[in-house]
Design a binder for this molecule. Structure first.
Ligand code: PMP
Length: 456
């Protein structure tokens, strides 16, 4: 039974006492009360299928009973900082987390948010290389701290104050809306058919976007000396933009040749979500020097991490470095349990199995409806782009998008929204969803699309 504030009182407080920039979904934002695995319940007891996992934070399910149990036990035992005293959880966690990564990535620094993790990663690249320049991608989202706002390249998420000098934004290798694409460009069960001039053996997208990156080095970076490159394995907030095969491999080579380090931002793509691999960067066959992670790492508990090599980590010995709550016993107990659950409950396999089914079913909607321009992603990280016109990719207008999206909510399915133009439906549910949930989602979306055309 909901015993919180009345909906109207909340709106009043929200308008008076809470910063106005917080974007809330839906004309009538949801007032949540409870969560149970893939389900959310609002203050009136209405149940929703959560196909967006609270922006990918809830990796293994809302209020997973095992996580609740371990958190409760830890709360009863000790909460403290582990930066001045030791606690077993931090060490157990560091060992377990690194066992999921390639063997060169051995050293962990636990922090509390994705922005903090990326800040630290950028800092490490500059300290280690002695260089300053950073390459990031247009349409990327890496966080909101001043350092990270500079790497984030979505103007809708930036402010008119100088942020993070020395960041160069390379062209997004977008094979749907961008200049080049290809039939088999994506490492995904669903392909795009746009912009394809590839010969049988050669992907035009990878080559041409790579030339653009070389030009950034040539024209923009003094002596091509870079500290590092930061990239998401699939761009999340930017609308699930999935780079062409081989592109990141070539980009990493270029950065390494020019003295820089490569950061894989796994905040959305990590912990088995992409299905085939535990880490998103593995689908690109690349070897990052630094990996950052957040969101799903704590199943909703504030926690994040940076993992790097022991050689790079040594640069932090130069001075003292401190993070009060990073690696605290409670966060690490939860982090440990999340790793156990992903393994014991076959969450990665489920992401692949249910995610592939969902992708293929959504692709049928693309073939059926003029306004579904593209369906892309991997595992349980999927984007569906709504357009006015399939051949021009012009985005569907905001009011039309909102009609379809709100209709899904009314029918009980919560979906995320993303992309520079806000016209991409984003699916990133807790990894425990079932085939039935995927079927229900597609039925609901299909009905919302039919309703949209019937009312037009
Ligand atoms: N990197 C990526 C890829 C993200 O999606 C986000 C959050 N949307 C961040 C970093 C920043 O994480 P946080 O909000 O925890 O600072």
């Amino acid at each position: 039974i909901y015993e919180g504030l009345h909906y109207d009182s909340i709106q009043k407080i929200k308008n008076t006492n809470v910063v106005p920039c917080i974007q809330q979904y839906y004309k009538k934002p949801l007032l949540l009360h409870q969560g149970k695995m893939q389900w959310l319940f609002d203050s009136e007891g209405k149940r929703y299928l959560d196909m967006f996992g609270g922006i990918v934070t809830v990796s293994v399910g809302h209020c997973h009973p095992e996580i609740n149990k371990i958190a409760h036990e830890q709360i009863e035992t000790l909460w403290h900082s582990t930066n001045i005293y030791q606690h077993t959880n931090l060490y157990q966690y560091a060992e377990k987390l690194t066992s999921t990564l390639p063997s060169h990535l051995k050293v962990v620094y636990i922090v509390n948010s994705g922005s903090e993790a990326n800040d630290l990663a950028l800092f490490l690249t500059r300290l280690y290389t002695g260089n300053f320049e950073i390459i990031s991608f247009r349409n990327a989202y890496h966080g909101m701290s001043p350092y990270m706002m500079g790497t984030t390249s979505l103007s809708t998420w930036r402010y008119n104050v100088p942020v993070s000098f020395g960041v160069h934004h390379a062209m997004t290798p977008d094979i749907y809306k961008g200049l080049w694409g290809g039939k088999h460009c994506r490492d995904s069960p669903v392909q795009t058919t746009r912009n394809c001039n590839c010969s049988t053996f050669k992907c035009e997208a990878t080559e041409n976007y790579y030339k653009q990156l070389e030009e950034v080095f040539k024209y923009s970076v003094p002596r091509s000396h870079v500290a590092g490159l930061i990239a998401e394995s699939i761009q999340g907030v930017g609308g699930i933009v999935h780079f062409p095969k081989g592109y990141l491999q070539k980009a990493y080579e270029l950065v390494h040749t020019n003295g820089g380090l490569c950061i894989a931002d796994e905040v959305q793509t990590g912990f088995g979500r992409t299905g085939d691999h535990f880490w998103g960067f593995q689908m690109h066959g690349i070897k990052p020097d630094i990996v950052t992670m957040a969101k799903g790492i704590g199943n909703g508990f504030p926690m994040a991490a940076v993992v790097t090599t022991s050689e790079i980590a040594k640069v932090l010995n130069y001075s003292s470095h401190f993070n009060t709550f990073g690696g605290n016993p409670l966060a690490c107990s939860i982090g440990l349990k999340v790793l156990d659950i992903i393994k014991n409950e076959n969450m990665q396999y489920n992401s692949k199995h249910v995610g592939t089914y969902l992708l293929l079913e959504l692709a049928k909607l693309r073939d059926k409806f003029e306004c579904v321009g593209d369906v892309r992603g991997k595992g349980l990280l999927i984007g569906l782009e709504l357009v006015k016109n399939k051949s021009t990719c012009e985005p569907l207008g905001a009011s039309d998008f909102v009609r379809i999206w709100e209709d899904c909510k009314t029918m009980g399915v919560l979906i995320g929204r993303g992309g520079f133009n806000g016209n991409v439906l984003r699916f990133a549910p807790p990894m425990c969803i079932t085939m039935e949930d995927a079927k229900f989602t597609v039925e609901v979306l299909e009905q919302a699309l039919l309703n949209y055309y019937n009312k037009n």
